[in-house]
Design a protein around this ligand. Structure first.
Ligand SMILES: [Zn+2]
Length: 254
């Protein structure tokens, strides 16, 4: 059912959460918009103005690698200043209460970790933009170091100091393989929950969008909280087309 108003939505959501043994939150860009992180895919979002750099172009071209870093540093203020929103805090409360074992996210902003969920329990399907990795040896690099190298060389992408490999933000680019371990854990968690809570995701990006369907087929209840309608609204037990922070705030436990 689509909740007719926010009071009904909140009451129904709380009843479903209470009745559930294991809640699995699955989050997308909508949970972070109140934190100042733009929704890249939305109309007017960054990706409609700046075509994303596909993985093969990043690999093939030094100029593209420099451009990728230039864009990343242009966004640094937004990412560095962002704090967890009400949605993040509500999900962290479910986690602390032992109700949610983990969070599966399409977001790259690190805000679930900032809200107090242990990094090992944040399953990132699209990686993380707050640090970088060598594509060859997986050595981790922090962004201030990359920025320093970038600036010192007049805007060239630095290479790995250990193996000479390419350094890339730890996100999953278009054309880059989905992280297998994260996908597998997301599937296991989906099959282990009895309430799947899709928050702020348009649920159109496959294969990630397959999880709500998998949960439902496995007899879990499905709640969708999103500003806009999704193609899974019809099979959901509860649909909330309202502000995400407002809908989830009553679940915050201090
Ligand atoms: Zn390396």
């Amino acid at each position: 059912m689509i909740a007719p108003d926010i009071e009904t939505a909140v009451a129904e959501l709380q009843a479903l959460v209470q009745a559930a043994a294991v809640v699995l939150p699955f989050t997308g860009a909508g949970i972070s918009t109140e934190c100042g992180i733009p929704d890249f895919r939305s109309p007017g979002g960054l990706w409609t103005r700046n075509r994303p750099i596909p993985f093969d172009e990043f690999l093939a071209s030094k100029a593209m690698r420099a451009e990728a870093w230039r864009r990343r540093f242009a966004m640094e203020q937004e990412f560095a200043a962002a704090k967890p929103g009400r949605g993040h805090l509500a999900l962290a409360s479910l986690y602390r209460a032992g109700k949610a074992p983990a969070v599966v996210t399409q977001n790259i902003d690190n805000l679930h970790q900032s809200s107090g969920i242990s990094a090992e329990h944040v399953i990132e399907l699209h990686g993380n933009t707050t640090y970088a990795l060598c594509l060859s040896c997986a050595k981790r690099y922090e962004l201030p170091w990359v920025k320093q190298q970038f600036t010192a060389t007049g805007g060239a992408a630095p290479d790995c100091t250990d193996c000479g490999g390419l350094i890339k933000s730890a996100t999953v680019s278009f054309g880059q393989a989905m992280p297998e371990a994260a996908m597998r854990r997301a599937e296991e968690l989906t099959l282990a929950c009895d309430l799947f809570l899709a928050v702020g995701s348009s649920l159109v990006v496959w294969p990630a969008a397959g999880f709500p369907l998998l949960a439902k087929r496995n007899s879990a209840r499905l709640v969708i909280i999103n500003r806009e309608a999704t193609e899974f609204d019809d099979i959901a037990d509860l649909v909330i087309h309202d502000d995400i922070g407002t809908a989830l705030a009553p679940l915050i436990m201090h």
